[in-house]
Every structure is written in C-alpha cells, then in structure tokens.
Ligand binder design. Structure first.
Ligand code: SOE
Length: 382
C-alpha cells in the first residue's frame, strides 16, 4: 500500500499527539515537521524520530511528495497556513478553532470546497465511541425529542495568575479564549449529538485574573503548571477565564453551557446532561467509557463501552473489547482513520462522517454571536 506522506506544523502540546495518533494507522508516514525556527524544529524532530525538520511553514509545504498537512500552531496561524496548504494542493487537517474570525472561516470553507481536497478539523471529542452512540440513540428515536441540554467544560491549567500561555494573548488566540478554546468542543458535541442547531445565545463572561504574570520565556500548553514563580511581567488580560451561555435551540427548547479554565481540580472535564422525551443521557470525559441512561419508569442504566453493545456506526470507533478502556489519544486515532480513508480515496466523501472546515466555521459563527451577546449583555441570534 502506497504510504500517505504527511507533514505536521507546530509541535507544542497537540502536534505530538497528532503524530502519535497518525503512527497508529497503517499506511501513513509523518515525513516532516516545522516549528518556530530550525533549531527548535530539529530538536522536536530528533525527539519524535521525524526525518526532516524545517524552520518555516513555507519550507515545510515545499517538502517533496507531500499528500497532507496538519496545522497544530497557535490560532492566528491557522488561516494563513490552511490557505497556503490548500493552494499547494494538499489535504488539510486543522486544529480548532478553524481561524480567528467567521470571516476567515468562510474564506477557508470556500477555498476548501473548490480545492477538491479533504479538509478536516480536530473536533476529536466526537470520537469517544459513546459520543457517537449517544448520537445514534437520537437518530434512531430512542432518546426522543430533546427537552434540554446542560453542558460544562472545566479545567484548572490557567488557575493561577502565574499560569501563562499564548491563548491569553488575543492577537494570537482571538477575542474569545475559554469559549473559543474549549466551548467550541462543547457546542460542537451538543449539535453533533442532538442534531439541534443553536439559534440564539445569551452570554456572560468573567475574567477572574485581569492581570496575569507572564514568564519571560516560552511556555507550552499545560507546562505552565511546572514553573516556579520567578521574574514574571504583569500583563493585562481581557479574555474570559469563565463563561456561562444560555442557549435556544431550533426545536424551541433550551440549554446552558458553562466553561472555565480556573476550576481547581477539574483537569479537563467535559460533562453533558441531555434530557430527551423518552430518556436522559449523561456522559463525562473523566469516565468516557460509560454513559448513564436515565429512565422515568424503570431503573436507570449505565452502558459500558463494548462493541457488542453498540451499533456498527459506533462500533467502528472501538478498537478494544469492553473493559479495555480507550481514552483521549484514541479519539485522534479514530478521527484520523476516517479522514485518511477519504484521503486514500483521493477526495472528500460526499457526506463526511468526520468534522470538516464547515463544522469549524459553524463554531466560529457561534463564537462570534457569543462574543456579541456578552458585549451587549443581551440575547443575540446566531
Ligand atoms: C487547552 O484548553 C486544550 O489543550 C484545548 O486547546 C484542547 O482543544 C482540548 O482538547 C484540551 O485542552
């Protein structure tokens, strides 16, 4: 089988996770990487066992015989890099958020559609098998009509004023932080599982640390927790540490999400509570191999991830028997398996099962409406 040759740009927190996932899929070879400057890129390439390192994205794109590129750089680089990669005739996989604004997102969607290339966004949380099982319960009518959705996404890696990261800098991360960074996952999951569309939002943000202490040397995502307090610079921060957003759905019912990156003890915890007219579903990313099924008239149930207990569409995302738990790293492997099946076919599938730039644009449009609602302290239509 001819190897698919892949390049990865950006080797901070998630880039190496992409590489690890790609290496678990037969027929894919990660042949080159790029990062900020040749020295850093070469160090990362040596550490990861990648043959070729480049100090610029332009050089990476010029690597001979590439088929696809993964863009895992800070948010401000997603748009220019994805645009250049499509122009270079590559299949493109971008980390979320797709871009900094819906306007940039719209341009990328148009370019991607015209290119005929596979375009995907790393909404990997969809690929916990029981997330797809929850969607199937809704599609088959077993959930019933959705009465309400309550979602939370809580972290503590930015808990201290001395926790610092590029996501705190609007020119690199965008005008929203917690909503764009983790709220995007939560809203994507809600619309993916329920099939509903959010039509209006009412948002209220809070910046718990309006002044943060910026360490005077680079810090990778999550690594800030390892630093000892010493020579920091005071930096004003105006993006949200916390947000609650009330939601109105196109079926007339409602929901609410809360995201926070300053919730001590919650490391990376997504919790979904979906109430249907026939039963309720509840799922938590800290125990992703089980889903709670709530009943009015009989005992509640807990379903454990097991290929024999879910339908084939969800079973496709399960590599190990029941009880042999799968987790965060497996979600990227399962997502890339579906993306690379399309790449191996040479073109996007007509109805992609994987999240595309169109899904990335959807989150940017939701984020823009949420930002406007918080600014106006009023309901805003999406
Ligand atoms: C930081 O909040 C982060 O790395 C997000 O950017 C990722 O999308 C999420 O999967 C884990 O947390």
């Amino acid at each position: 089988m001819q190897s698919i040759r892949v390049a990865v740009a950006g080797l901070g927190f998630i880039g190496p996770a992409h590489i690890e996932a790609l290496r678990r899929i037969p027929g894919i070879e990660v042949v080159a990487i790029s990062d900020y400057g040749l020295e850093l890129a070469q160090a990362k390439a040596t550490e990861l066992g990648i043959a070729q390192a480049y100090g610029t994205f332009e050089e990476l794109l010029a690597h001979p015989g590439l088929d696809a590129v993964h863009i895992c750089t800070p948010n401000d680089l997603h748009f220019p890099m994805a645009k250049a990669a499509l122009a270079a005739g590559l299949h493109v996989i971008v980390e979320k958020p797709l871009a900094m604004t819906a306007e940039q997102g719209k341009e990328l969607v148009e370019l991607a559609h015209v290119s005929g290339k596979v375009h995907a966004i790393h909404f990997n949380i969809r690929y916990y098998p029981l997330i797809r099982h929850m969607r199937r319960l809704r599609e088959t009518g077993e959930l019933g009509d959705v009465y309400s959705v309550i979602g939370t996404y809580l972290q503590d890696w930015l808990f201290y004023a001395t926790d610092y990261n590029w996501r705190l800098e609007p020119d690199r991360s965008g005008d929203s932080r917690a909503i764009a960074d983790i709220g995007s996952h939560l809203l994507d999951l809600i619309e993916y599982i329920t099939g509903l569309r959010v039509t209006e939002v009412m948002a209220d943000f809070n910046t718990v640390h309006p002044i943060r202490k910026k360490p005077l040397k680079p810090v990778e995502t999550y690594a800030g927790k390892m630093l000892k307090p010493e020579d920091y610079a005071d930096v004003p921060v105006n993006t949200e540490d916390y947000a609650t957003v009330m939601l109105r759905f196109d079926n007339g019912n409602k929901g609410v999400i809360t995201v926070s990156q300053v919730a001590a003890g919650r490391k990376n915890r997504i919790n979904l509570e979906i109430a249907g007219s026939k039963q309720s579903l509840s799922w938590c990313s800290e125990s992703p191999n089980e889903v709670w099924i709530g009943k009015r008239d009989t005992a509640n149930q807990v379903l454990l991830r097991d290929p024999s207990l879910v339908d084939p569409a969800s079973g496709k995302l399960i590599s190990f028997p029941g009880g042999h738990n799968e987790g965060f790293p497996d979600t990227s492997k399962q997502l890339f398996k579906e993306v690379y099946a399309a790449i191996r076919a040479g073109e996007p599938s007509a109805q992609p099962a994987y999240p595309t730039f169109d899904d990335g644009l959807r989150e940017l449009e939701l984020c823009d409406a949420i930002l406007a609602s918080n600014a106006q302290q009023a309901w805003v239509k999406v």
